[in-house]
Design a protein around this ligand. Structure first.
Ligand SMILES: [Zn+2]
Ligand SMILES: [Zn+2]
Ligand SMILES: [Zn+2]
Ligand SMILES: [Zn+2]
Length: 408
């Protein structure tokens, strides 16, 4: 079937999929039994936002899920909303969203040049412009644009697919307001996140928009200069729906305790263990990835000084870190007291904008709390704002060296 070259899918466990509200997502809704069947080759969206090839082993109509076996032989239950079958020969004249072929002059059927599915202009999100060639040779549907443009480390930033993706990202294929969130706004019952509407885990390389509060996959964003670490919340991010254009992302300043916490959390997810050797694993990871960590004011710290700063942070913050000494192991080992990401910094977008204005010196800086003006905590190097997706740097590298394994 048509689709992206699937990346090797990480082997990992996933929570059982809860029931999704069927009417929530505007997506292809064939009669189910006609749409999914055992033995069918499909693309399925994973929690990293990427699509992977799989084969349906079982259809569960009550739960609205399918058991899918992926290329690495792992099997997971996947919600219908995240499964994309190929077009069925002979059914290409039916709109894959409303299952009808009735057309009006303003709402014709257009065919995707890649997957061959048909869509009414108004059934696709966003609606397809009138001047689109209805034979479909040049038009590509939302699913196919995302299949081509999403990448680990960040989506394509240049070229026609990047431009098409940005257009698609201006609207969501679901109702944001109808999602039911936990009290901390980290997970929703519908397992519906990002521009892609796919499943996700907030601490697994996702960014939260500071305006709409939705979470977005690293793979679907086009604004990152470096790949994310697991649990990295040291960004202020605005999504394309909220900006009505390219995304914005600002790197927030990190202290040594934050760096230690973030690196230990990242390593603990990658390597599936709790304790790490200070010099051989923690310090060497920090040194190997020094530029990618985007540490702002800490960036100039000479290699020789990083040792003492990190070691001090790890030994001083006893409520966050535990040393091997405390559990009768080697004292050069360190782990997290509890495996949670570093707490989210409290910097708001308003503060950032004020700091920016302050740096430029062109706008008076008035703090909301009326307190004394703080010197800007960011310099040019720590701010990674992308004004134009087209003019962006090369795609961010997709992984961090030195952490050995794929995520669990
Ligand atoms: Zn996504
Ligand atoms: Zn339709
Ligand atoms: Zn398509
Ligand atoms: Zn937003």
């Amino acid at each position: 079937m048509e689709g992206r070259e699937p990346s090797t899918r990480p082997s990992r466990t996933t929570p059982a999929s809860p029931r999704v509200t069927p009417a929530l997502v505007k997506r292809p809704r064939f009669q189910t039994l006609a749409r999914f069947w055992e033995g069918q080759d499909v693309l399925a969206r994973w929690t990293d936002g990427l699509l992977y090839l799989g084969i349906i082993k079982k259809v569960d109509s009550a739960q609205e899920t399918c058991l899918v076996r992926f290329e690495d032989n792992s099997q997971f239950s996947v919600l219908w909303k995240d499964i994309f079958p190929p077009a069925v020969p002979g059914k290409e004249q039916l709109c894959c969203v409303c299952n009808s072929q009735a057309c009006t002059p303003d709402n014709k059927l257009v065919h995707c040049g890649k997957c061959k599915h048909a869509y009414h202009q108004e059934c696709h999100v966003p609606s397809v412009p009138c001047d689109t060639d209805s034979s479909g040779s040049s038009w590509m549907c939302r699913q196919c644009v995302f299949a081509v443009a999403t990448k680990r480390g960040g989506a394509l930033k240049k070229g026609p697919f990047a431009r098409s993706m940005l257009q698609m990202k201006l609207s969501l294929p679901y109702q944001l307001k109808s999602l039911e969130w936990d009290p901390l706004h980290l997970t929703n019952k519908q397992q519906c996140y990002c521009y892609c509407g796919g499943p996700g885990e907030w601490n697994m390389k996702m960014l939260q928009c500071c305006r709409c509060l939705q979470w977005f996959h690293e793979a679907c964003t086009q604004c990152l200069s470096k790949p994310l670490l697991y649990g990295d919340r040291f960004y202020v991010f605005e999504c394309s729906v909220c900006t009505r254009g390219p995304e914005n992302a600002w790197r927030l300043p990190l202290g040594w305790v934050d760096v230690s916490h973030l690196v230990l959390y990242h390593l603990s997810i990658c390597c599936k263990k709790k304790y790490f050797d200070f010099e051989r694993e923690i310090l060497s990871f920090v040194n190997e990835n020094w530029e990618s960590l985007l540490l702002g004011e800490l960036t100039d710290t000479p290699r020789t000084d990083r040792y003492s700063h990190l070691l001090h942070a790890l030994t001083a913050e006893k409520d966050r870190f535990i040393s091997g000494k405390e559990i009768k192991k080697k004292k050069c080992l360190f782990g997290l007291q509890s495996r949670v990401p570093p707490p989210a910094p409290q910097t708001t977008l308003t503060e950032l904008r004020l700091q920016e204005a302050d740096v430029r010196g062109s706008t008076p800086c008035v703090r909301e709390d009326g307190g004394p003006e703080k010197p800007p905590t960011q310099n040019k190097d720590t701010k990674h704002r992308e004004a134009d997706a087209e003019g962006a740097a090369e795609a961010a590298e997709s992984s961090y060296p030195g952490c050995g394994a794929e995520p669990i």
